[in-house]
Design a binder for this molecule. Sequence first.
Ligand code: NDP
Ligand code: 2IT
Length: 447
Amino acid sequence: MNNYAKLVYEGLKKESPWEKEFLQSVFEVFDSLGPLLDSNAKYEKYRILERMAVPERVILFQVPWVDAKGQIQLNRGYRIQFNSAIGPYKGGLRFHPSVNLSILKFLGFEQIFKNSLTTLPMGGGKGGSNFDPKGKSDIEVMNFCQSFMRELQRHIGPDTDVPAGDIGVGAREIGYLYGMYKKIRNAHESVLTGKSLNYGGSLIRPEATGYGNVYFAIEMLKTRRTDFDNRRVMISGSGNVAQYTAWKIINEGGKVITMSDSNGTILCEEGLTHEKLEFIMDLKNVQRKRIKEAAAKFSDLKYFEGQKPWRLAKADAALPSATENELDLKDAEALVKGGCICVSEGANMPTTPDAVEYLLANNVLFGPGKAANAGGVATSGLEMTQNAMRLNWTSEEVDHKLRGIMSCIHSACRDAAEEFGDHDNYVLGANVAGFRKVADAMIELGV
Ligand code: NDP
Ligand code: 2IT
């Protein structure tokens, strides 16, 4: 690592050694920036790394709410307004019991570079709560969301900070959050994305992260003159990102052989059909049940309790789409042994650092999340544009723009990586290309 980057990283580590996920994401970015920092003294002169690694603002608040039994519950609410150099803070909200400052800081930090890569004017932010929507009734989720927004509303706005969904925050939660914002502020404005079509959402936004990841992976595969046709593909997760990744892979002629949730994995050697996937989508989105129920319904699905997909079968490609650090070194070794040629991250930081290193060393095409899953936030940017123009594009128009953006991100990564002599290293490319725009904007904007 470059000396300046090392010094800043060590400082962060000393300050909060318990922020493991945040430090992991900082290390990856700083490690990639070595050659750029070596040849550009201005970044150290303007202390860009220090300024980028400390959020511009952290908001922490209490979220009291009343459950179905009439008892008072209390959760923590957060919004990290990380960097606004190139546009209003933009990034999702995560509702999951594991949420803490380290996780939200890692997600917010990643978001800075991801949003920069989209080429749209969006800064980096992230937020959420340790609230667990699982097992809660719709009314309880509404009570929680309304309380969360009663506080959050004073910190956000269409030109200030525009949240969206992430784990545990989908169309239902966005609806309750937006409804409360509108009541308090008496304004219908583009303050959240991922809205339903009935009140200002964009076509293709639900599909965008998954579709975008497949478009990115297709671009990577093209460089090796191949595609997804007849390829065996492992997907983890069965939420928003995983579902539309699977849908698009099937469209591309690929075989989706796994999906999972936090309890276990289903394996389908023949590949899921759209019909089976529709059943899984209803199971997860409407019935809000566990994925093992799909194996109870279809005899060609096998269920593996407590297992992740990666070591269950051989696959040509893996698209991790559940959560951070879900694909480790042993998983990577099993994937390479099974002939895997491409890993593209639908989730944020799903691959552990040693696994990334192993995949790169074994010539596997590796698409890092900040590039590969940027289609979600890019389409959020397109939702903001449509809201500002007060008109809606067709799904073909949005999909076309999404495809174009993913292709541009792919080229930007390759070009930046090539500049430093390693054209297949998308980690290097994504970090350099994402960083440079934000860093130069910070210098131009003054201290
Ligand atoms: P969802 O809540 O819709 O789905 C999450 C899926 O991941 C579920 O299947 C869930 O299983 C599983 N999961 C969550 N936490 C864990 C865990 N700790 N261990 C094992 N499985 C887990 O979220 P999304 O699909 O929106 O998000 C998935 C990933 O994609 C996240 O990393 C998110 O940050 C990232 N992402 C999302 C974008 C978006 O637009 N939504 C954009 C870019 C990235 P279970 O149901 O059992 O909890
Ligand atoms: O991680 C992500 O990029 C998201 N959860 C989507 C953020 C957004 O603002 O659409």
